[in-house]
Structure formats: C-alpha cells, structure tokens
Design a protein around this ligand. Sequence first.
Ligand code: MG
Length: 158
Amino acid sequence: MRVRVGQGFDVHRLVDDADRPLVLGGVVFDSPLALVGHSDADVIAHACADALLGAAGLGDIGQHFPDTDDQWAGADSLELLAEATRRVREAGWEPGNVDASVVTDQPKLAPVRELMNQRLSAAVGAPVTVKGRRPEGLGAIGRGEGVACWAVAVVTRP
Ligand code: MG
C-alpha cells in the first residue's frame, strides 16, 4: 500500500457583519461576526480540502476552485470539500483521515466540535477531526482580525 501525506493552511479575515453567516467546519454560528471570502470562507473546510489535494499531488484549492469563478461565489464549502475529495478519489487515492487545528478565540468551537467533525467527515467519507487552539492574544489572529486553520491529511492506494 502506498501512503501519502498532505498539509493544508487557510486564513480568512474576521469582521463585524451581522448580515453574513459565520461558517466554520460546516456549522453556521449565531454570531455578529463573519469571515470574509468569495465562498462562505469556511477556513476549516478549505484547509482540509487543501491537505487532501496536496496529499494526492493535485495542487491546491485555488487551482481547483478559483475565486474568479462565479460557480463558487458564496459556495457551501462542504460541497467544495466533497468535490475536492471526489477529485482525490478520481486520481486513485483513498482518504485515510484529516486532522485540523483551528486558531481563534471567537467563536467558541468546543460546543459544536463534534458536529463539525460529523459534517466534515460526511463530506470526505473518512474521519475528519477538528481541534481548537487559542492564539493567546498574539498577532493579528490574537486581536481577532482573522481565523487560521492548519490541516493534515493521509491518503492511500493499494
Ligand atoms: Mg479559504
């Protein structure tokens, strides 16, 4: 069996915008904050997709879902993650698991962590786990100006 690993990273600005939904890990938060982006700006789903594409040697999310493409404007990033995974399988690789670390103070992730795991895992068809870390007040993320996420994925083929 061949095994490959991929790493993904994403960051989006966090702003006050009560009219725009705040989506993380496929879960919509009841919050006055929102992440800015072409799609729903779900940094967790994006980092997971980037990790899976990278593991399969398929490049990155920007190549597959360009932000100049209206098809992905306001897109549900769980669908984007599912489509990235479909392309990984099409290339002959089976996702093993994905593990993500999100860095943010807001919103609080712990109450919905299991729900995020379930939704992301359903999109990938393999276990996806999310861990939340606080930025300890350091830098732009520590000032609440954005949310960052790192993810690692393993893929295999017989
Ligand atoms: Mg993104």
